[in-house]
Design a protein around this ligand. Structure first.
Ligand code: NPW
Ligand code: K
Length: 530
């Protein structure tokens, strides 16, 4: 099997333009011919393909008119040389090919690849191609795509997605915008994507995280040139496995005062569960003290479920003032509602100037009338809330460019912004981070409340808001993934994530302590090898 995504991908994420500039630099300045790069690309695709599918059956290779198609022709040639059954289809006529792509086509034909023209096939022949394929190689559109795939690409993409055969995408799934992770029209749903030279941001966020499958990165031996070419990454990729051994190690002499006093302001009528989820997640993530300020009727259930939390009923905003003065961090938003109760609470929280995590209805109120003044907040919108913060019509507008949306919210509201959804984006205006991975089981009410509690808790324990948001979001996803192993996706609920927290944190604490003791670098790799 190919290695898991999280252990094998580089940190730096690039836009399509940046990767194309790196290509040009390597070809122009470093004297590596473009055709040589294309050959390396195709061999890396073939190598990975055989690793995952040692006996792929009949291979259907779909080739477009650009260099992505050129890669496809050379993969078909490798497959023929290895004695595989290959159907190679030119989606657009080979007369349109130029440069390296034309050279690749000629090399493939020279190696005995029988190339069939899509437009010359009748419906029966087209259907047979897809019905008999054991594996489809998508070399239709790469970083050169603009807008929604036009005919006949749109039809071919739909046939790929309807086929029972798995799809291996070359460089990126056809139809996906490599920079934003948005698909303007049809997009290939790949099982594996082998991507080259620079890891593209769009593979890991938005629709990209759903349609790229397992992403495999191949540098094509260009890493020595990355620094000198001057292209800057747009974001940094992180996951729990890379971060967990960096968890702060607790001294044996620690006491609860060292880990903050978190005040959670949450739970208007009908939303008591959100308050409980946030509070329990916070206490399970290591906060020294957690106070819950909620509607009086939620106090008894909160104490019954979680006696470690100090629950207090509040009716008027003024009752929050003494609680705020004792707190070191505040979380406000889960189940807050937008009635006058929620408005009063949020007003007090914002006025307090305390470091704060604002989520859910706190964000909706923020977008309407409550201005944030300090710069020490973490805003955690989902795409719908992000759209409201930005005055956009819908979540779909945000999903067109998630990184840009997160950066715009940060510029308008300050602080640190965590944009939820597959391929979570976090930015503090100086650095932008993308969390690779997504778990469909997390698409259920209450997951965000758990995350808010975790972020607040970690904010009290680590150095910066960016670090707290990043650790919490990666841990939240890793817990959901671990819990899904036994609960699946449909059965996963927020308390499963909370129940998994102690186990995941215990593993991380052991690694962090070992790292501190033994000064190990790359401890995750060392442990994986055990
Ligand atoms: N040396 C290198 O640089 C290396 C590059 N490599 C590979 O090259 C890929 C980039 O190649 P590329 O630049 O040729 O673009 P590519 O993605 O093949 O598409 C261009 C074609 O698509 C067409 N097209 C565009 N939009 C469309 C739409 N909506 N619907 C339909 N058609 C559309 C467009 O047509 P046009 O718009 O010009 O009419 C044009 O014909 C990269 O992803 C990697 O795989 C590797 O080999 C490593 C070395
Ligand atoms: K492709």
């Amino acid at each position: 099997m190919i290695p898991a995504v999280s252990r094998s991908l580089p940190e730096s994420l690039y836009s399509a333009d940046a990767v194309r500039a790196i290509d040009r630099y390597v070809i122009g300045q470093c004297q590596v011919p473009g055709f040589e790069l294309m050959q390396r690309a195709a061999s890396s695709v073939f190598r990975n393909m055989i690793k995952v599918w040692p006996e792929p059956g009949r291979l259907l290779v779909l080739c477009g008119a650009g260099n992505n198609g050129g890669d496809g022709y050379l993969v078909a040639a490798s497959a023929v040389r290895h004695g595989l059954d290959v159907d190679c289809v030119a989606v657009t006529d080979p007369e349109r090919l130029k440069g390296d792509a034309l050279k690749a086509y000629q090399a493939a034909v020279g190696d005995g690849v029988g190339v069939r023209l899509w437009r010359e096939l009748d419906e029966g022949a087209r259907a047979v191609l897809f019905a008999t394929a054991g594996l489809i190689v998508d070399g239709m559109l790469g970083t050169g795509v603009t807008g929604a795939p036009r005919a006949p690409f749109d039809d071919l993409i739909r046939r790929c997605n309807a086929s029972l055969a798995p799809v291996l995408a070359i460089d990126l799934p056809s139809g996906l915008d490599a920079t934003t992770g948005h698909a303007a029209g049809d997009v290939v749903r790949a099982v594996v994507t082998v991507t080259f030279i620079g890891l593209k941001t769009g593979l890991l966020t938005g629709q990209g995280s759903g349609c790229s499958g397992q992403v495999v990165f191949e540098s094509l031996e260009t890493e020595p040139f990355l620094d000198s070419c001057g292209e800057q990454p747009t974001a940094r990729r992180v996951d729990w496995w890379g971060l967990r051994s960096r968890l702060p190690v607790r001294s044996a002499a620690a006491h609860k005062g060292h880990f903050g006093h978190l005040l959670i302001v949450s739970g208007d009528r009908g939303f008591g569960g959100a308050a409980l989820l946030a509070a329990e997640a916070a206490i399970r993530s290591g906060a020294g003290l957690v106070t819950l300020a909620t509607r009086p009727e939620h106090v008894m259930p909160a104490l019954a479920r979680c006696p470690s939390v100090m629950a207090q009923g509040v009716i008027h905003g003024s009752e929050l003032v003494p609680m705020l003065s004792r707190a070191s961090i505040v979380v406000c938003g889960p189940g807050l509602g937008q009635s006058s109760w929620g408005q009063q609470m949020l007003q007090q929280v914002v006025t307090s100037g305390k470091p704060q995590v604002l989520d859910a209805d706190a964000l909706n109120l923020l977008s309407q009338r409550v201005p944030v003044t300090a710069n020490n907040h973490i805003l955690t919108p989902h795409p719908g809330e992000a759209a409201r913060l930005l005055g956009m019509t819908s979540a779909a507008d945000v999903e067109e460019d998630r990184v840009a949306a997160a950066i715009r919210i940060q510029q308008e509201y300050g602080g640190t912004v965590l944009l939820k959804g597959a391929g979570t984006v976090i930015t503090d205006g100086r650095e932008t981070i993308i969390i690779s991975g997504g778990n469909p089981g997390m698409a259920t009410g209450g997951m965000g409340d758990v995350l808010s509690g975790m972020i607040g808790s970690l904010l009290a324990q680590v150095a910066t808001p960016l670090e707290a948001a990043t650790l919490a979001a990666t841990l939240h996803l890793a817990c959901a993934d671990r819990a899904s192993e036994s609960k699946g996706y449909m059965g996963l609920i927020p308390t499963d994530v909370i129940d998994t927290l102690p186990l995941m944190l215990a593993e991380a604490e052991r690694l962090s302590e070992r790292r501190l003791r033994e000064g190990l670098q790359g401890i995750d790799d060392a442990v994986d090898g055990e």
